[in-house]
Structures are given as structure tokens and as C-alpha cells.
Design a protein around this ligand. Structure first.
Ligand code: COA
Length: 388
């Protein structure tokens, strides 16, 4: 920091020469901001990622030493070379400009940190609130929580749209490195909210067609958001999962489950058909017979069985699930974000077009199913079932 005497000296010199006033005040404030930013940097709740650290380093060197000097470190000195290159990119930048930019960068990092500490509810990243969904940013994690426990987190059309928007926003968000989906209460998710289609049993043909078209468009966009998600996507399965919450699992990068979870897709019984690209991903993942047993026969499987069939990475005792999963996700979120994204892209790219095509085919099929009498009868039976 400037001592009070030096500050006064700077101001005194400045006021003697009218033409120099603004320039000198600016110079002294650039230095002040630079020094304040160095102190603020130490108070960030979390270390910035490597890319940002390099920018900070380069601006600091440019601000304090001017243009880069010396020769470029050799290929084996990765760190030294990256630092040298980052500094070289600022060649010609005035030292006071570098100080200003350094201060601006640290201020923006502090802004992100403050937002992360206070963000909760649905106004995260400017997204509209949606009943049944909680969005939050926790450190480097964008978390989507299905929060409709009274209906076992069944997905309404609004929730599908909200999830699609949240996934797309999280994919592009620069402050987070992984996206997590989990559920509140006893269930992870009971799948499609069957009351979305309750009216179909009694509606006229044209109304049924329009509803099926609209729901198909919503579901196709929802699945596409998984196919195109650019960051590591994690599912934390806290309890039973039904329908689309099961079929979408192969589009995640990490699936952790409580041993209280079960996995069930009663499509045939409901007069419906597989979605979320499961007609393609399930046979690849577990073989034709195992896939048919789940998607066609509708066998409900345990978390351990789901792990054996490649739907789940790891299963934890229910009492330890939250703590163990949180530790793993936290470590995952600290991986270098750029290389995580690149790795994900390499894994996804060979299948992206195929998945997109399958999504379109499955959507056309399910739209037809939603208009069938088999489906209407099954949904009517669920809606009018007697409860014990
Ligand atoms: N859509 C709409 N509501 C659902 C739902 C769904 N998919 N799954 C559960 N619910 C609701 C129930 O209607 C009930 O609400 P209510 O108390 O207001 O009537 C509440 O969630 C609890 O469900 P309930 O059936 O009473 O509990 P259960 O323990 O007896 O059975 C399930 C739980 C999940 C097995 C049963 O609700 C069910 O089969 N749901 C349908 C699952 C499904 O087929 N999903 C779609 C696949 S395409």
C-alpha cells in the first residue's frame, strides 16, 4: 500500500500541474487497486482454476516488470513454459493497464465467489423458478435437485422444461465444472408425471394429438440437453428411480446410488415405449437380453444389479450415501475443467449423431403411443387405483 505521506505527495505533485491531475490520480488509484486486489486474492474461498491462475500470474508480471524477458523454457518445463507464454501474450501492455486488468480480474472472481455463497433457490444463472426443482451452485458444482417429494419427484411438463433450461445453462456456465442431479425425500424420481396425460383418456382425437405433439417436443429437447451437455454430468440416486429417470442414466458420466435405490421401467405395462435413447444405449451397455428384461419385461432391479449391468458406478449403504457421494463429487469437481470437458467430448462425439437420431425416432414412437388406447387405459387405471 502507499503510505499516507506518499499518497499526499502524489496528490500534491498532481495539483501543481492541471494537465497532470487526472493522469496522476489515475496512476495512484491504479496502484491502490492493484495492491488491494493482491490482498483480496488471498481471501478467495477457493483457489481459481489453472487457466485463471495463469492470467493472474501474467498480469502480475506485466504490472510489476513490464514486457517478458529471457528465453522460453524448454518443452519439459510445462509450468515454466505456460507461464512464459501467458506473460508473452501481454507484450506491449502498459504496466498501469496491467495493474487495472489484474484488479478487474480479481474483482470478478470475488463477485463469482459471493454469488456462489448466496445462491440457492431458482434464480441461479437468471433461470426462472420452477415448482419441483431446486437449483444451486455449491463451489464448482451446479446442483439440480428434484424437489417434489409428495409425488415421489414425478416430472411435470414444467419440470422437464426447467430441467432442460438448467442443463443448458449449466453446460455453458463458466463458474462450475460439474453438473449434478439428485432427488429429495424417499424417491429419486418416479418418472413421467402420469397426470400429464390423465386428460388424454377422455379428450377428443385432435386434442390428444396436439398434447402428444407438445409433450414429445418437450421430452425430445430434454433428452437432447443430456446428449449435448458439455460438462461431466453426475446422478446421485438417493432412492427408487422409475421410467425416464432410469433410461437417461447412460447419458451421465458418473452414477452413484444408495442401496435403497431400485430401477424400474414399466413401459409395456403402461402402453408406452422406451425413451432417452435407451433402446440404443441399454443393449450396448448390458447386452440384448438384459436390456429387454428391463425395458420390455419391466423387471425392477436393485442398485447392486444396476451396478452389475453398467447403469451405476458405485453403490453405498443408504446411511452413508449423502456423505460418500458428496466427497466423490467434490473431488470430481476439482479436476482441471478444460481437460474434463475435452475428455467428455471425445467420449460423446462418436455417438452424438446416432443418439440424436435415436432420440428423434423414440420421440415419434412415444408420441404415437400416447395416442393409443393401450396407453390411455393404463394411465386411467393408475389414476383411479384404490389406495390401501
Ligand atoms: N405420476 C404422478 N403421480 C405419481 C407418480 C407419477 N409417476 N408416481 C407417484 N405419484 C404420486 C402418487 O399419485 C401419490 O400421490 P397422492 O398421494 O397425491 O395420490 C404419491 O406420488 C405417492 O405414490 P403412491 O402410489 O401412493 O405410493 P406407493 O408407494 O404405493 O407407490 C410407486 C409408489 C412409484 C410405485 C407408484 O406411485 C407408481 O407406480 N407410480 C407410477 C410410476 C410410473 O409408472 N412412472 C412412469 C413411468 S413411464
Amino acid at each position: 500500500m502507499l503510505t499516507p505521506l506518499r499518497k499526499i505527495a502524489v496528490q500534491c505533485v498532481a495539483t501543481k500541474n492541471f494537465n497532470g491531475i487526472h493522469g496522476r490520480r489515475w496512476l495512484s488509484s491504479a496502484q491502490d487497486a492493484f495492491e488491494r486486489a493482491q490482498a483480496d486474492l488471498k481471501k478467495l474461498p477457493e483457489e481459481p482454476d489453472n487457466e485463471i491462475k495463469l492470467r493472474i500470474y501474467a498480469l502480475f508480471k506485466q504490472a510489476t516488470s513490464g514486457d517478458v524477458t529471457g528465453s522460453r523454457p524448454g518443452m519439459m518445463d510445462f509450468v515454466g513454459r505456460a507461464k512464459f507464454d501467458a506473460w508473452s501474450q501481454l507484450k506491449g501492455t502498459a504496466q498501469d493497464d496491467a495493474k487495472k486488468k489484474y484488479a478487474e480480474l480479481v474483482t470478478s472472481l470475488r463477485g463469482v465467489a459471493a454469488e456462489q455463497q448466496t445462491s440457492s433457490g431458482a434464480s441461479v444463472l437468471g433461470l426462472d423458478p420452477v415448482s419441483g426443482l431446486d437449483l444451486s451452485i455449491e463451489d464448482k458444482i451446479f446442483k439440480i435437485t428434484l424437489n417434489r417429494p409428495s409425488k415421489f419427484n414425478a416430472l411435470t411438463l414444467e419440470m422437464y422444461k426447467g430441467l432442460t433450461d438448467a442443463l443448458n445453462a449449466a453446460s455453458k456456465d463458466k463458474s462450475t465444472t460439474v453438473t449434478v442431479i439428485t432427488g429429495t425425500g424417499k424417491y429419486y424420481c418416479s418418472g413421467n408425471d402420469l397426470s400429464n396425460f390423465a386428460a388424454l383418456a377422455t379428450a377428443g382425437k385432435e386434442e390428444i394429438r396436439k398434447t402428444a405433439e407438445m409433450a414429445g417436443t418437450v421430452m425430445q429437447a430434454y433428452v437432447q440437453a443430456y446428449i449435448d451437455h458439455e460438462k461431466p454430468l453426475v446422478s446421485l440416486i438417493n432412492g427408487p428411480a422409475v421410467g425416464i429417470s432410469v433410461t437417461v442414466l447412460p447419458l451421465f458420466d458418473l452414477v452413484l446410488a444408495s442401496d435403497a435405490a431400485t430401477f424400474h421401467t414399466p413401459f409395456a405395462a403402461l402402453g408406452q415405449s422406451p425413451e432417452a435413447c435407451s433402446s440404443y444405449t441399454f443393449p450396448h451397455l448390458m447386452g440384448q437380453l438384459n436390456a429387454a428384461e428391463i425395458l420390455l419385461v419391466g423387471k425392477k432391479i436393485t442398485a447392486e444389479e444396476a451396478q452389475r449391468r453398467g447403469l451405476v458406478n458405485q453403490v453405498f449403504p443408504d446411511t452413508e450415501f449423502a456423505a460418500s457421494a458428496s466427497k466423490i463429487v467434490s473431488a470430481f469437481s476439482k479436476l482441471p475443467p478444460q481437460s474434463a470437458k475435452i475428455c467428455k467430448k471425445l467420449l460423446r462425439d462418436p455417438h452424438r449423431q446416432k443418439l440424436t437420431e435415436i432420440n428423434a425416432i423414440e420421440t415419434e414412437t412415444i408420441k404415437e403411443r400416447w395416442q393409443s388406447s393401450e396407453c390411455h387405459a393404463a394411465i386411467a387405471a393408475f389414476m383411479s387405483r384404490s389406495k390401501k
